[in-house]
Ligand binder design. Structure first.
Ligand SMILES: Cc1ncc(COP(=O)(O)O)c(C=O)c1O
Length: 455
């Protein structure tokens, strides 16, 4: 693309640093400028439409423009456009939203803490794991375990939790207290002939070995996404969470379910924890909580943790943590309205009923010579590109198959999400059958063009 002088593209290059973007390449190619959205599509400044196959960043669950939510934000800004919740202050939308979340929590939860992002919710959960263990007289329990290729955010603690080496490189991270256990990617990592259950057992044994190696008296918490998102939409193998939770209980390790992607219907239940029988001590959520229309995240904690925090207040005084915009009345009012919309449209039933159409549409490409494996649940699916799917032989990296696919998808009006050699789909939850068919057509054309370039 030619970058014209004084265009928004040129001004972008001179004024912005983009997250997760090759900065040198950006100077050559410039940005894709998105001007507006409608339903599951966004439009660029050339007027071209794109189906958003991953809801922006797994978040725009109701699509890209919403009059009803705009009105709620407008009205709330006219009445109380800001107030905080420090030092005993409150506002009604905040309380209403907390009550609503507690009423739909996957397991009994006691209280809610609001933040503005998934990273902050996970950071807060990390701090509470430490605070809790201090409160119960086990200050040596400090270490936190998450999974290789897990993703939990970009702040210094949340990225330490994340198991993505590219996000640690040259930042001097992860921090000392963080450890990572096996990436439970069955298709890629199982031994020949190993069943999913046997693979899950191996994952749980690896976790137990890590805890024993570190010393169980030093291990405080474990984080997991029910379906791993940025790691490539990787589903847990059968029996995985059952076995992992046995290990965590044995060594009194708190479990935080990172529901930032899975929460609010993505997996065909309200929570991924329900889909995979997870019983967490804390739940973090964001993204679809406000359908991405406002920056808000929620951390739910159980009664055990709340009781420990109460004790701390007696010892230390005020709970010494908080963010200026936590419990913001506008973000809470919008999130509350989003949950009302989910209830009106019965989002869980909708995802359950449309999921087979979504999976069939993607699975019809399973014999394509680029594809090795397809696996999904609800409205989230990961597709592995493989030279030989059966023998699990990847394409040579010089072929740049996923990079080529990315370009071809864009040229066919599909914004894809590529994670290494995996393609990920998580479209807005409001996607219809016709839109799924259109998405699948565009996907098929991008696959064919990619194959014809390298085949
Ligand atoms: C599972 C998960 N947790 C946490 C985060 C971080 O959320 P945020 O970008 O809002 O900080 C993300 C972001 O993609 C995520 O996918």
């Amino acid at each position: 693309m030619t970058v014209l002088p004084n265009s928004v593209h040129a001004r972008d290059i001179e004024s912005l640093v983009h997250p997760q973007t090759n900065l040198a390449k950006h100077r050559e190619v410039g940005p894709m400028v998105v001007t507006h959205g409608e339903g599951i599509k966004v439009y660029d400044d050339g007027g071209r439409d794109y189906i958003e196959s991953v809801s922006g960043l797994w978040c725009a669950s109701l699509g890209f423009a919403q009059e009803r939510l705009a009105r709620v934000a407008y009205e709330q800004m006219r009445t109380l456009g800001y107030y905080h919740s420090f030092r005993h202050r409150s506002n009604e939308p905040n309380v209403d939203l907390a009550e609503k979340l507690l009423s739909i929590a996957p397991v009994p939860m006691s209280k809610v803490l609001f933040q503005c992002s998934g990273s902050e919710a996970n950071d807060t959960a990390i701090k509470l794991i430490w605070y809790y263990h201090n409160a119960i007289g086990k200050p040596e329990k400090r270490k936190i375990i998450a999974r290789n290729m897990g993703y939990h955010g970009s702040t210094v603690a949340a990225v330490s939790l994340s198991g993505k080496p590219d996000m640690h490189a040259d930042f001097g991270l992860p921090f000392e207290a963080f450890r990572h256990t096996e990436f439970p990617h069955y298709y890629r990592r199982h031994y020949a002939g190993e069943s999913e259950e046997a693979f899950a057992t191996r994952m749980a044994v690896a976790l137990e070995e890590l805890i024993l190696e570190e010393g169980p008296e030093t291990v405080a918490g474990f984080f997991a996404e029910p379906v791993m998102g940025a790691g490539g939409a990787v589903l847990p193998p059968a029996t995985y969470f059952e076995k992992i939770q046995q290990v965590l209980r044995k060594y009194e390790v708190l479990f935080v379910a990172d529901e930032v992607i899975c929460g609010f219907g993505r997996t065909g239940e309200m929570w991924g924890s329900q889909t995979f029988a997870i019983e967490p001590d804390m739940v973090t959520s964001a993204k679809a909580l406000s359908a991405a229309m406002q920056p808000i995240s929620a951390l739910m904690i159980n009664e055990k943790i709340y009781q420990a925090m109460l004790q701390q207040s007696e010892k230390l005084g005020p709970f010494a943590h908080g963010f200026t915009y936590a419990g913001h009345p506008v973000t809470s009012a919008v999130a509350l309205e989003v949950i009302r919309i989910y209830e009106e449209m019965d989002i869980v039933s909708h995802v359950k009923s449309i999921s087979p159409t979504f999976m069939n549409a993607l699975e019809q490409h399973v014999d394509h010579p680029l594809i090795g494996n397809i696996r999904g649940v609800g409205l989230i699916c990961g597709i592995e590109l493989m030279r030989d799917g059966e023998a699990r032989i990847p394409f040579q990296s010089e072929l740049n198959v996923s990079g080529r696919f990315h370009e071809n998808a864009l040229n066919n009006g599909l914004i894809p999400r590529v994670v290494g050699d995996r393609l990920v789909f998580a479209p807005p939850l409001v996607i219809t059958e016709n839109e799924i068919a259109e998405m699948s057509d565009r996907f098929g054309r991008a696959l064919d063009e990619t194959w014809s370039e390298i085949g």
